[in-house]
Design a protein around this ligand. Structure first.
Ligand code: ZN
Length: 454
């Protein structure tokens, strides 16, 4: 029997098991797992591995220099695709506690929403995938595809060991595609499939003048002003149309494909309201560049902070001895942080060699083509699970460590957020809409069937 013909029975079983699945999620939510404070993380890993083993998966808890990785597998479908499902079992600190209506580790349902720290980010979303897989096992005795869960305990502290772990476990993680559910949808009416993220490169520039701050009358004209050094240097990096003018910066920026252009045009957005909500009435230059084109097809060079001299009350006639600026760049496919940093440093060396360049953290951009054959399968699964055609989001403006899958493993990677727009992840009263949790289970269950029969 084809997997799609079994799917109806599996979806019916998913619906029958709703209460059980919700109870098991609540048990997971009652266990704190705050990675930043090392509270309950190991206990949560033990709880989750016990659950996965009981559900029929082969489970390994693999140590890292930080919190352990959980890898759970079911590989009983030889010749069928393998889906690598990523998620995390750690949560953000719940503070401020007095802003929670019900305590963060006592899951509570109000108005159809399950409130708890981790309800959406990410226990509710990763558990929806687990629930779908175990219901296949229970209903048909097997899964129609091979499944590997990779569930980490350090996502909320920036996944410091994920890249090394993935690079060192290529065989264990071998798969045909990566499927992740995290974050909220943009608006509840439209399920989404996200295909990539912009990268991030953070840098700092430091300019030094005299060895000490000086009287601007006694020394003005004698001592150089490092604030002007940085202002002039920054002025060589961006033109009036907000195009980055660092040599070679945009060499690897590819024009969007026709499918990406079409997808951007279909994303529902009231641009006027979106801008009004942040006190703006128009987009900055250049003219004619669309809202999503800016977020998805263009890199940026952002001044995050500038410090020099005196900026307190009144005046102080000081000639500062130092100036620093912090910058971040959002990168698009196919830029890389190493290449862009080399170009940035070269630009500084040519225009202001006395300025010190410091490299801070970064993340590579990641992109899976919207035309990828698996994309249509993911879309179909979301449509079945949520009862509505999803909106394609080619690229998120923000950054996630997705390149460990697309670049290190060379796999297509799809992100389908199950959580509601007001998930309040990282904030008090985090929640997941219970109906969306069930839709997530149905989506994953459908994905396994559609992949098997593709
Ligand atoms: Zn988070």
């Amino acid at each position: 029997m084809t997997a799609v013909r079994q799917l109806d029975a599996v979806l019916a079983a998913c619906d029958e098991r709703r209460e059980r699945d919700l109870d098991d999620l609540m048990r997971l939510l009652r266990q704190p797992s705050i990675s930043a404070q090392n509270i309950g993380v190991r206990e949560c890993a033990a709880l989750l591995t016990g659950q996965l083993a009981a559900d029929g998966f082969t489970v390994q808890t693999i140590e890292t220099p930080g919190h352990p990785m959980i890898v759970a597998e079911w590989r009983g479908a030889p010749g069928k695709p393998t889906v690598l499902i990523y998620g995390h079992y750690d949560v953000q600190p719940p503070d401020p506690l007095d802003a929670w209506i019900s305590p963060p580790f006592e899951p509570t349902i109000r108005d159809g929403k399950l409130f708890a720290r981790g309800a959406g980010d990410n226990k509710g979303q990763i558990f929806a995938q687990i629930a779908a897989a175990r219901t296949w096992l229970e209903t048909t005795g097997g899964l129609p595809v091979n499944v590997t869960f990779l569930i980490e305990g350090e996502e909320e502290t920036g996944s410091p060991h994920l890249a090394d772990f993935v690079a060192a476990h290529r065989d264990l993680l071998a798969a045909d595609l990566v499927y992740t559910s995290d974050g909220p949808v943009h608006d509840d009416a439209h399920p989404q499939v996200v295909y990539g993220v912009r990268g991030l490169l953070s840098v700092e520039l430091r300019a030094q003048g005299a060895t000490t701050d000086l009287h601007s009358g006694n020394w003005g004209g004698i001592a150089p002003n490092p604030a002007w050094t940085l202002v002039r240097l920054l002025g060589t990096m961006l033109d009036a149309d907000n195009r980055v003018t660092i040599d070679g910066f945009s060499d690897d920026v590819r024009p969007p494909s026709e499918a990406v252009v079409a997808a951007m045009a279909r994303i529902p957005l009231d641009q006027h309201n979106a801008l009004a909500a942040i006190g703006l009435d128009r987009l900055p230059p250049p003219e004619g560049l669309g809202y999503f084109e800016r977020l998805m097809t263009r890199p940026t060079l952002n001044i995050a902070g500038f410090a020099s001299g005196y900026s307190g009350a009144g005046t102080k006639t000081v000639l500062p001895s130092r100036a620093t600026v912090k910058l971040d760049m959002r990168l698009v496919p196919d830029q890389t942080t190493d290449d862009i940093f080399a170009k940035f440093r070269g630009h500084v060396a040519r225009h202001a060699p006395e300025v010190e360049v410091i490299r801070h953290g970064g993340m590579e951009p990641s992109y899976t083509p919207i035309e990828h054959p698996y994309a249509a399968i993911v879309r179909r699964a979301v449509a079945t699970g949520f009862g509505r055609e999803p909106v394609d989001v080619p690229l998120l403006g923000g950054s996630l460590p997705d390149a460990v899958f697309t670049r290190t493993l060379g796999l297509p990677s799809f992100l389908v957020p199950y959580a509601n727009a007001d998930e309040r992840n990282h904030a008090p009263n985090e929640n997941i809409d219970v109906a969306r949790f069930y839709s997530g289970i149905r989506t994953a269950a459908s994905l396994f069937a559609y992949l098997a029969d593709a």
